[in-house]
Design a protein around this ligand. Structure first.
Ligand code: F6R
Length: 366
């Protein structure tokens, strides 16, 4: 049942190239320059007329929402707000019939997300679901939606659900951008073509498994760990930290890299591992200087770099290379080594990887 893997989590991490392909199937058609998603086509006018899109979710799905915020705003120029469903439902949010709520949920059963949907519907908003479990409560409560095709996710720590959520939301952003004309035709086509390369690039990122295991052996006993990223990879840092916390019970925090100097940098000494997602694009010089700041304080640097990188490699204690891709599409790739890192650390600490203490797969109570 675990397909030869020791744990469901590892199996599910390795399924990602295939399930992302499944999520693309019939939707991503680069040769024709088309993205086809019935839930979007049928409601295109609503998306185009919306004043704003609010995305409500919890946990890992909330991190996918943050990635989506950056991508939808950049590609489709529609204002996006991301809310913890648990906060949104209790704070009299500003949402009305001109708004869209996107609810993201792997299980489709999360109580707070379901309550956020009900509230948004009461206020007249159009509610769109991004769920994995077919026929789940959230899939049924929403006006329309797009399924992730991750297949059953058994490991409590979400992995393939996260990358397929980002996949669906990126397709949506590109479809809306096409309709609005907010991306040039050449950029639009380039992103479609690049989307098609993601499964192979995820496969390539998975080949870093042995490298990641070696790093895990060095840091398995660390009491704390920081994760840093900028731009599209800031939510990846948050997700990396959450994965480590939940399955290895090591205290970890994710930050946008530039926030370090506003406080967390005080934590850095020779005992602090810092995982830096350092893609060599939009903010490269900035991320290099963030890495220098950590190095100057003797922090231990584990960097996720783009293939061929030299500057961060020279500064870092350990590097994990991932294939190059446009930064907007990179979270699906950069997440892979962070999933593997948390997995290996948890296994080395003899933790119950698939069933971490105190956690349940679907949180049906608030
Ligand atoms: C983390 C994790 C949780 C869930 C959260 C939302 O690995 O699994 O944080 O992401 O409970 O669950 P769904 O997506 O089912 O609404």
């Amino acid at each position: 049942e675990k397909g030869g893997y020791d744990h469901f989590m590892l199996k599910e991490i390795h399924e990602q190239p295939d399930v992302i392909t499944d999520t693309f199937r019939g939707r991503l058609l680069p040769e024709q320059g088309i993205i086809r998603m019935a839930g979007i086509e049928d409601n295109l006018e609503k998306f185009l007329k919306a004043d704003k899109i609010t995305i409500a979710a919890c946990g890992t799905s909330w991190h996918a929402a943050l990635v989506a915020e950056y991508i939808i705003e950049e590609f489709a120029r529609i204002p996006v707000e991301v809310e913890y469903a648990s906060e949104f439902r209790y704070r009299n949010p500003i949402i009305s019939e001109n708004d869209i709520l996107i609810a993201i949920s792997q299980s489709g059963e999360t109580a707070d997300t379901l309550a956020a949907i009900k509230l948004a519907k009461e206020r007249g908003a159009f509610v769109f679901g991004v769920c994995n479990v077919v026929g789940s409560s959230i899939a049924r409560e929403t006006h329309a939606g797009a399924y992730t095709h991750a297949g059953p996710e058994i490991g409590v720590a979400s992995t393939k659900a996260f990358t397929t959520q980002i996949t669906v939301l990126t397709l949506i952003a590109l479809r809306l951008a096409k309709a609005k004309g907010t991306l040039s035709n050449s950029d639009y086509q380039m992103y479609l073509n690049e989307m098609g390369t993601i499964p192979a690039k995820v496969e390539e990122a998975l080949k870093q498994n042995e490298e990641v295991l070696k790093i895990a052996q060095v840091y398995k006993d660390a009491p704390n760990c920081l994760y840093l990223g900028r731009g599209y990879n800031y939510p990846v840092a948050l997700e990396g930290a959450l994965k480590l916390k939940e399955i290895s019970y090591i205290h970890a925090e994710g930050y946008p890299a530039a926030e370090m100097k506003h406080g967390p940098i005080a934590l850095i000494d020779e005992h602090m591992p810092v995982v830096v997602v350092a893609q060599n694009q939009n903010h490269y010089d900035k991320i290099v200087s963030n890495v220098q700041e950590i190095k100057a304080r003797n922090g231990k640097i584990i960097a996720v770099v783009t293939k061929g990188d030299t500057q961060v490699r020279d500064l870092a204690d350990h590097v994990i290379e991932v294939p190059s891709i446009s930064e907007a599409l990179s979270p699906i790739i950069t997440t892979i080594p962070l999933q593997l890192l948390s997995y290996h650390i948890a296994v080395l600490r003899n933790c119950n990887v698939d069933q971490p203490r105190n956690l349940a797969k679907s949180v049906t109570v608030e």
